[in-house]
Design a protein around this ligand. Structure first.
Ligand code: KG4
Ligand code: ZN
Length: 343
């Protein structure tokens, strides 16, 4: 018998929000292709993601993106060991496009189908460039729809330690950016403008959630920014956009880092990772790096392209699901509010 382990190559599809993405991933950590068709230009016209338009754009793009992923990897569908797809959480119409595509392709090519949780994908993005990273570790997942502190106990096994009670961190960035006239998507724009601003110019609140020390609340800081802007308008005081952006960014990242480090201490973590779109924020990365260094904790983060939505991270998560024997049936459906760890 051949003692050499067979390679596992997975075609992965992601369409949960405003990126149509497909990737080919070998053995979980080797990305052979990672194609992302962004809808940012389309949604910018409306100041945010319009779900109906997102679904329509996914329909237009998905075949082309998938074909490009296979051709860039120089592989055919027949050579895939499985087809993986994000089936939740996310925008239902957007998810349905990816799920229907993955099912059609897997059915036609007689390949196993694996549904992947979007957040599991974000967490798994850390495995791609950090070949030595293995669970257990703590992970701060900060995206446009989610803010979770997660204890990654094993591949596919997660314990949620803290979560946001209202807005996600990315959502707060997007709303504040709109309020100060920066437009969509807010995160990268706030980060850029903040470089010219004073993070200590305005004391925005750092909210605590009573009795749930690891939970987050970002609606207060968002309201504080809006109140500050209204106050300036009423008093005819000019708004220094860079100072507002930098002070807001500092308020959000301070809370994220403080909670992350509290959890690291309680869980005696020796490894800490960050994931999701907001994890590409350089102030957060720098702050987390310094805080982890101080505590002697190894700090992991994906490169920016793997922080925001992509299909490579879905292929990585799917690999570990594949090894664990997970296979989905042809009745796989989109689950817009899917909980982490739920099957
Ligand atoms: O993970 P992601 O692409 O999609 C979701 O699953 O939600 O995250 C998108 C979010 C948006 O809210 C965007 O404003 C935020 O990530 N984001 C950032 C940065 N880049 C993207 N937030 C802060 N700083 C950034 N550099
Ligand atoms: Zn995401």
């Amino acid at each position: 018998m051949d003692s050499k382990k067979k390679d596992v190559v997975i075609l992965a599809i992601e369409s949960s929000c405003d990126e149509t993405a497909a990737a080919v991933v070998k053995n979980g950590r080797e990305v052979l292709s990672n194609i992302i068709s962004s809808q940012i230009a389309l949604h910018t016209l409306y100041g945010g993601v319009v779900p109906e338009l997102a679904s329509r754009k996914h329909i237009e793009k998905i075949n082309q993106v998938m074909e490009e992923a296979l051709s860039k990897a120089q592989m055919s569908l027949a050579e895939m060991d499985a087809v993986a797809v994000t089936y939740g959480p996310g925008l239902v119409g957007a998810l349905l496009v990816g799920v229907a595509e993955a099912k059609a392709v897997a059915y036609a090519a007689k390949k196993p189908l694996i549904g992947v949780h979007h957040i599991e994908g974000h967490i798994s993005a850390n495995y791609i460039e950090n070949k030595d990273l293995e669970p257990p570790f703590l992970c701060l997942v900060v995206s446009g729809g989610h803010t979770h502190l997660v204890q990654v106990e094993d591949y596919g096994r997660y314990q949620i330690v803290g979560r946001t009670r209202d807005d996600a961190a990315g959502e707060a960035f997007d709303k504040v950016a709109r309020a100060i006239g920066l437009g969509y998507p807010g995160g990268p724009k706030i980060e850029k403008v903040s470089r010219e601003g004073n993070p200590n110019a305005i004391a925005f609140p750092r909210a605590k959630v009573a009795e749930h020390r690891y939970d987050f609340s970002f609606s207060g800081v968002k309201s504080a920014v809006l109140n500050y802007i209204n106050g300036c308008h009423m008093k005819n005081i000019p708004i220094v956009q860079a100072d507002v952006a930098a002070s807001f960014q500092k308020a959000v990242t301070d809370v994220l880092i403080e909670h992350a480090m509290m959890a690291a201490e309680e869980f005696k973590a020796d490894k800490f990772a960050i994931a999701g779109g907001v994890a590409s924020n350089s102030a957060l990365r720098k702050g987390m790096q310094q805080a982890c260094e101080k505590q002697g904790i190894a700090f992991y983060y994906p490169s920016p392209l793997l922080c925001t939505d992509n299909a490579a991270m879905i292929g990585t998560a799917a690999y570990y699901e594949y090894l664990a024997g997970r296979r989905d049936g042809w009745d796989l459906n989109a689950v817009p509010n899917l909980k982490l760890g739920e099957r």
